[in-house]
Design a protein around this ligand. Structure first.
Ligand code: 13P
Length: 256
């Protein structure tokens, strides 16, 4: 049984007052939300404050990225250890904006994932193809490579319990062009088959696979109705409490 997981990736949005107001409202939403897991991923400067503002709730709070080194001369960067230190429990790794805007490679993602697991941070691992890769028939090849480079030889229990995979087609992020439920299901099924091949049926049946890319209140239900879509990683539509609340409500019952 997989619990649907609706997570808001706030990217470089919201200020301190907006984060505080969102969290105050989210406490009420979370108290009512049964059968769905909720999470928010604020900008680094608000991470500690959001952890505190949501203390005592079941809402997951995490970072949008982090570096694997424990400390050092990395001006402007934040270490995984520091994310853990402020009380966050999760980190997003391999987001397409980190891969394509900041040049993070599969090897970088793997190095970060190893450290996250070692430190006790759970991970949302993002995979997804560009439009050009889709148009040239390479979607399966790309997501397979990203999945395998990040997860091969990772402990079975960690994959089942501490890793969420988010399929985020790059062409659907922030564009308003959502993957159709068929397109999403197709790739999600490939990812679950991959998990089955590497880790066996027990792990693959427990692995939560989110879809991300222009998820909105009006399309989330059809996406979540797909058998292998277990939640959503949401950018734009996660920034307003009202919309996030609707996604949370529609997320209930969205996983197999
Ligand atoms: P949008 O929901 O704004 O398309 O962003 C998706 C995303 O990148 C979530 O990580």
């Amino acid at each position: 049984m997989r619990t649907p997981f609706i997570a808001g990736n706030w990217k470089m949005n919201l200020d301190g007052a907006e984060c505080a107001a969102f969290c105050a409202g989210l406490r009420d939403v979370a108290a009512e939300a049964e059968g769905v897991r909720l999470g928010v991923f604020p900008p680094f400067v608000y991470l500690g404050a959001v952890v505190e503002a949501l203390a005592g709730t079941d809402v997951v709070v995490g970072a949008q990225t982090a570096r694997p080194e424990a400390s050092g001369a990395f001006t402007g960067e934040v270490a995984m250890r520091q994310v853990k230190d402020v009380g966050a429990t999760h980190v997003i790794l391999g987001h397409s904006e980190r891969r394509h805007v900041f040049g993070e490679t599969d090897a970088d993602v793997r190095a970060r994932l190893d450290v996250a697991l070692e430190l006790g941070l759970d991970v949302i691992l993002c995979v997804g193809e560009t439009l050009e890769e889709r148009h040239t028939g390479r979607t399966e090849q790309v997501v397979t490579r990203q999945f395998e480079q990040a997860l091969s030889n990772i402990d079975d229990a960690a994959v089942a319990e501490r890793i969420t995979v988010a399929y985020e087609p790059v062409w659907a992020i922030g564009t308003g062009e959502t993957a159709t439920p068929e397109q999403a299901q197709d790739v999600h099924a490939q990812l679950r088959a991959l998990a089955d091949r590497h880790f066996g049926g027990d792990v693959s049946s427990r692995l939560v696979i989110q879809y991300g890319g222009s998820v909105k209140p009006d399309n989330v239900a059809t996406l979540l109705a797909c058998p292998d879509v277990d939640g959503a990683l949401v950018g734009g539509a996660s920034l307003k409490l009202e919309s996030f609340e609707t996604l949370a409500r529609l997320g209930v019952g969205g996983a197999a």
